[in-house]
Design a protein around this ligand. Structure first.
Ligand code: ZN
Length: 258
């Protein structure tokens, strides 16, 4: 394995995303190559920093209110208790009802927090991938403003073919692409230039899961999401949100893309 082969794998290796022979070959290369070993170490440090700075979640008053309202609605929809025949029976049904309410409450809180976490983790992962590529000088593997060069390059490395557009006449110049990893899966990454800003756009087949939120901000970077043409489009950049969001929606429309 040479240095340029190693460079394309180091990020995935740091996340434990490659295994088998490639992982073994890379491990061997890192032992003998000070340059690649240093970039691997800096990637681990960056990952640790990002993990350490993920905000701790405290349920907001609005979430409390939503959970209470749901529990109230469930309670109201339960059939009224029949007249108890003894104190013991009243105590028993009361206990069962309280148990149901507590279970519903725990389930509601659990799923709400899990959904929030998944969205937050997704935005953090997208920003981490973008920052990692920027810092490791690994933004572009295929440098071209020609979509007929970038698209086949990506298709040859993935099991799907992302639509590629150059929107230079709208201010967003395609400057290239790369293969990156998002949520442990390889993802087509298009790189655009807008004024002095670089925009990463991750394109992957639309998933059956709930889509990520349209807009999120993580450590000053904006993450904008749109769906279209059977794909999920996720743009990450330090450009302002009112530029990024319309841009990702425009890409998802893919009018005239091959
Ligand atoms: Zn090397």
């Amino acid at each position: 394995m040479n240095c340029s082969e190693a460079a394309t794998l180091i990020a995935a290796y740091a996340d434990g995303e490659i295994d088998g022979l490639r992982s073994l070959l890379l491990k061997r290369h890192l032992l003998g190559c000070a340059g690649c070993a240093a970039s691997y170490r800096s990637m681990l440090e960056l990952r640790a920093r990002i993990r350490a700075e993920v905000p701790y979640f405290v349920a907001s008053p609005a979430l409390h209110a939503r959970v209470r309202a749901t529990v109230g609605a469930v309670r109201a929809s339960m059939p009224p208790r029949s007249r108890p025949t003894s104190d013991r029976w009243r105590w028993l049904t009361g206990g069962v009802l309280a148990g149901c309410t507590a279970s519903v409450f725990a389930w509601m809180l659990g799923t709400t927090v899990l959904a929030w976490r998944a969205n937050e983790d997704f935005a953090v992962a997208a920003v981490a991938t973008h920052v990692r590529a920027t810092l490791s000088d690994h933004m572009i593997e295929v440098a071209s403003s020609d979509r007929h060069t970038v698209k086949p390059w990506l298709s040859a490395r993935l099991d799907y073919s992302p639509p590629v557009q150059d929107l230079a006449n709208e201010g967003f110049a395609l400057i290239g692409g790369r293969l990156d990893y998002l949520e442990r899966r390889p993802v087509a990454t298009l790189v655009y230039r807008y004024r002095q800003h670089t925009i990463d756009v991750f394109v992957r087949p639309e998933s059956a899961h709930a889509p990520p939120p349209a807009l999120r901000t993580v450590r000053g970077f904006h993450v904008a999401h749109a769906s279209g043409s059977g794909m999920d489009w996720i743009a990450v950049s330090d450009v302002s949100a009112d530029v990024l969001f319309p841009f990702v929606q425009r890409l998802a429309r893919t009018d005239g893309a091959p």
